[in-house]
Structures are given as structure tokens and as C-alpha cells.
Write a protein that binds this ligand. Structure first.
Ligand SMILES: [Ca+2]
Length: 165
């Protein structure tokens, strides 16, 4: 575990979700209101904070990608055996499908539930799934990727991965 990820995991606030579960948010700047914490996966994607669309607040993350590319979050530290609840909102102006992927903490595999989600064009679509971490570690992250062969322009907002504590 790096010092940065250790500090981050110690300072993430505890909260209660709508069902009264005690949870800890793992994604930093998931509401995209700050111009930080998200990066392009490779040269086939451009990623920037945008005020053109916002599910909440003033900004979302604009991802333009053409070949199995997209954006990924900062890393967080996951714990083997813990349950995680994933939610995000996506607004596609081109493309109709987005792969939402979470790498396990060892960065050795995608977690169960990772996959392609069909989205409605020009409207906010909620995507989400839950998983149990099988290989905890400090390399966990979420990514939003365009499927191979489809050029996609998407806005992403309110990205959340809650650890049930
Ligand atoms: Ca926002």
C-alpha cells in the first residue's frame, strides 16, 4: 500500500446510505465537480471536466473514445470479503453501450458484475451493480470504456463505489 493510498483510505468518511447501511465512499471526486482524480486510459481517449452536461452540480466528466479506451479513477484500497455497491450516471451523445469495469485490489482481474451496459442516447442512464471483493489491495479502480469498434462520446457523473462496512 502506498502512503498516498493509505492516507486516502484513512480519511474517507463513514456515512449511511439510503438503506441505513454503514458505508464508505471509495471514489474521490465522483461528482466531477473538481478537475482532478480522473485520467485517460490511453491515447485513444480524451478526458476532461465539462460543464456541457451535469447530472448533479455544475460538471461531469466528458470522455471521447474510439477503441477500447476511456477514463479511469484514482486507485483505492479494497478489502477481501467486503461488499461494494457501484453506481454511476452516463449520458451518451454518440454510442449506445459503455463498459463499466472495476479492477480488483490486486489489479489481477475485473470483479464480478463488470461488463457492458446499454445506455439511452441523449439522456442520463443509471448503471450499477454490486460485488464482493475476492482479491483486496491498493490498486482497485473503476473505468468507463467504449466497446471496441464503437466511437463513443459520453458524460459521466455521480460515480460511487461504496464499501459496506
Ligand atoms: Ca457533477
Amino acid at each position: 500500500m502506498t502512503v498516498k493510498s493509505l492516507i486516502k483510505s484513512l480519511t474517507l468518511p463513514l456515512m449511511r446510505d439510503v438503506n441505513g447501511l454503514a458505508v464508505r465512499e471509495m471514489v474521490v471526486n465522483g461528482d466531477m465537480e473538481r478537475d482532478s482524480n480522473w485520467a485517460a486510459i490511453n491515447e485513444y481517449a480524451s478526458v476532461e471536466r465539462s460543464a456541457v452536461q451535469a447530472y448533479n452540480g455544475l460538471y461531469s466528466l466528458l470522455i471521447v473514445a474510439s477503441f477500447w479506451a476511456g477514463a479511469w479513477s484514482d486507485l483505492w484500497t479494497s478489502v477481501t470479503g467486503k461488499r461494494y455497491i457501484v453506481e454511476a450516471w452516463i449520458f451518451c451523445t454518440s454510442g449506445t453501450s459503455v463498459a463499466v469495469g472495476i479492477r480488483n485490489g490486486e489489479d489481477s482481474a475485473f470483479v464480478a458484475g463488470t461488463g457492458e451496459f446499454t445506455v439511452v442516447q441523449n439522456a442520463w442512464t443509471k448503471v450499477g451493480f454490486e460485488f464482493t471483493e475476492l482479491a483486496g489491495g491498493s490498486e482497485a479502480h473503476i473505468s468507463f470504456i467504449t466497446p471496441i469498434g464503437e466511437e463513443t462520446t459520453m458524460y459521466v457523473d455521480n460515480v460511487s463505489v461504496k464499501e459496506v462496512v
